[in-house]
Design a protein. Structure first.
Length: 114
């Protein structure tokens, strides 16, 4: 498994979660990594990315609530989600920001109840 995401769950609106994604690839540290999400019936969408040097960028819909970070020594990228909204319900995945992508993992389900 190249990418293993975890940390999802069922939370109430306004709550927080910290997602983790561990990569098994040796080139992890030199790649810009992103978090994506796919809501039911919708295509997968990028919500945040972080460069090898630690610069970050966010989709407008999550700015101010999501924080992406990485630990290259652990080959892990994190996504802290605050003030969760029902619209954040989705399966969350990590992968490279641009192709060629790593093999997609199964993601981690985040469900937000109102």
């Amino acid at each position: 498994v190249q990418l293993q995401a975890s940390g999802g769950g069922l939370v109430q609106a306004g709550g927080s979660l910290r997602l983790s994604c561990v990569a098994s690839r040796s080139d992890f540290s030199i790649n810009t990594m992103g978090w994506y999400r796919q809501a039911p019936g919708k295509p997968r969408a990028l919500v945040a990315f972080i460069t090898a040097g630690g610069n970050t960028n966010y989709a407008d819909s999550v700015k101010g609530r999501f924080a992406i970070s990485r630990d290259n020594a652990k080959k892990t990228v994190y996504l802290l989600i605050n003030n969760l909204e029902p619209e954040d319900t989705a399966v969350y995945y990590c992968n490279k920001y641009s192709p060629p992508y790593y093999t997609w993992g199964q993601g981690t389900q985040v469900t937000v109840s109102s």
